[in-house]
Structure formats: structure tokens, C-alpha cells
Design a protein around this ligand. Sequence first.
Ligand SMILES: *[C@@H]1O[C@H](CO)[C@@H](O)[C@H](O)[C@H]1NC(C)=O
Ligand SMILES: *[C@@H]1O[C@H](CO)[C@@H](O)[C@H](O)[C@H]1NC(C)=O
Length: 359
Amino acid sequence: MPNKVLISRSPVCEFIGIMLGVVTAKRRLGAACVFLVVFSCLRIFAMIRHVGLNSIGERRVYTGDAPQTILTLCTTFVESELRIPLHAAVVKNWGQLKPHIRPVLFTLNMTSVLSTMARNHGWDVVLVTSFNSHHTPYINNMFEYIYNHYKSEYYGFANGDILFSRSLAETLGAIKNATGRKSVMVVGQRNNVNYHEISSNDVEFWQPAKIQKYMCQYGKQEGPLSLDYFITSPYGFPWSTIPDLVVGRERYDNYLLLMSIYLLITTVDGTNSIDNLHLKGRDKTLTHFDLDVKDKKFNEDAILNFGRINFADGSVHNCEYFTRTRKVDISIQRKLKWESPKYFEKFQSNIKALMEHNR
Ligand SMILES: *[C@@H]1O[C@H](CO)[C@@H](O)[C@H](O)[C@H]1NC(C)=O
Ligand SMILES: *[C@@H]1O[C@H](CO)[C@@H](O)[C@H](O)[C@H]1NC(C)=O
């Protein structure tokens, strides 16, 4: 560990000497210089740790309070009259995925219809305290909250209109087996279904055991640039070092994947094994397209203020690994000829050097 190298015993002793006033004036000056140098080195190391190590190699490892809980999964809802039935299906679906998945709802109103319903279905409901001027919550704060308040192998956010099956927890178990203590970012493509159509055929369509069947029957896979869920290892992404991004608005999804690749986090495309249904109305209705949103460009502006980026590189096809469902289990495979975007290389060599240095 570098701090063992940096703190030799003597400057510490010197410092104590200064504090106690027992060393001579000349030695005091020398000691003060040494102390200043050591202090600066530690500061720099702490900063490197903050943006570097926490997000790349090492991290705290949790065993989990409930041993079965592999994922703490959070979301937030838009409580318009039309969307309540759609979100209600998500409340029931995620509630059924306990205890492997722990659902957490971030809300602006603790007593709203959906907040109350979520609590009744075993969710944790948490007041949103951090949002932009249009009351759209920041994803950064949601992740920091769940990292700090819950114990599980993985932490995620999914949009509030996605239904999952047990394949989500199974896939994460397989990823855990394959990647061990590496930092990972898991994403995947969604499968669109018409909420009105599916709910009129079967009122219990949201049951986890039915998701795969309906996905095959009705689902239309969305393109590789629309990511609706993000799953990281504990403290696996440096949320405090990127711009504040809001959920449910364009572009933050591609940016998060790109940043993960850039920071040498292991990226996994879970599309092939994570069954899901994305509930929407006909065409683009009941999605963020038909909300009268004033902050459409919020994320894009925040990101481009930070630096130029090619959003098209933030596609699931650029993940380093992908999952595959086999007869008896789920395998994790590396893409042949995987490489990160060319323009990252010169920055990444700095990160690699830091990782070597800190090893
Ligand atoms: C919260 O939701 C409840 C129930 O729908 C409603 O009566 C109340 O006015 C809402 N509060 C706010 C601040 O919107
Ligand atoms: C993980 O590995 C263990 C031991 O090899 C195995 O028993 C378990 O089934 C694996 N879990 C998954 C989800 O692949």
C-alpha cells in the first residue's frame, strides 16, 4: 500500500515532537517541510483513490445482510393518472422478486397512491431530496443512497416501467461467479410491449413467471442505444465525479456505459439472459415522449458542458462481455476482438499507470 511507503515512521515522530514543542527550532523547520510533503502526498493519494481505485480495481466487499439479496434495485415513477396502472404492474412485479431483489422507490410524495402501494408490496420508499429545477430526480444521488443504506452484491436503477423475471437475479449470480471482485456495470436492451394489449388479455401478466413467455409472444426489442437499467457492484461507479444526471431523459444511458468503459470497469451486456418487458402505450405513448417535459436536453447539456462525447459509442454492443443462457446455467463470455473506443486510449494509459502504481 502506498501510504505505508509514504509514511516512514520518522516524520510522524517529528510531527509529534513539534506538537510537544520538544525539538529545536532548526529541526522544527526541517520537520515541518517533511510533514508538508507527506501531507501533500497523502492528499494526492486520497484524490486518486476517490476517482480511481473506488471505481476501478478495489472496493469494499459486502456479504449482504439478507444472504439471498443479490440486488438492491431502485426506481422512481411519474405519477400521472394515465401511468398509474402501468407503474402499479411494476410495483407488483418487483415485489414478487423479493428476497433476491430488494426494490426501493424514490418518490417526491411519501403518501401518494403508488408510494403507499409500493410499501404494501414490500418495497422501501424513500423521499427524493435531490432533483433539478423541473423536479426530475438525479440518478447520482439515488445510487449513493442505496450504496450507503443497503447491503447486497449489486446495486441498480431501472426505469419504472420495466418488468423482470427471476432471470435477473440468476444472471447476476452467474456474473458474480465469473467476475469475482471486479467492478462491473451490467446493462441490456429492453423489449417493448403495448400495456393495453397485454393487460386486456391477462390481468396478472406482470407475474415474474410469465415475463419470458410474453416477451417472446409480444416483445419488440428496442435498439442497442436505449438502455433502461444499470447495475453496478458496491461503490462500483464514481457517481460524485460525473455531472448530475436526471433519469428518464435522453443520453445519460449512453454516457454511463461510455464512462464505465473509459474507467476500465468490466461492462456486461445482459440482453441475452435478462428477460424483461418494457410497458408502453401504442407507439410512443405512455413514455417520456408524451410527457410535456421542459428538461428534455438536461443530460445532454450537462454532459457536453463537461466534454465532447460520441454518444453512439455508448451502445450495448460495445460491452466487453455478454451473457448467454445455456441448458442448465448462464455463461459470461468475452466478445471476440473487443476494444474500447480509440480516443479513450491516451487517457486510459494514465488510469492504467495509476492502477499499477497503487497495486
Ligand atoms: C401526495 O399524494 C396524496 C395522495 O394522492 C395527495 O393527497 C397529496 O396532495 C400529495 N401531496 C403533494 C404535496 O402533492
Ligand atoms: C456459482 O458457482 C457455484 C460454485 O461453482 C455454483 O454452485 C453456483 O451454481 C454458481 N451460481 C451461478 C448462478 O452460476
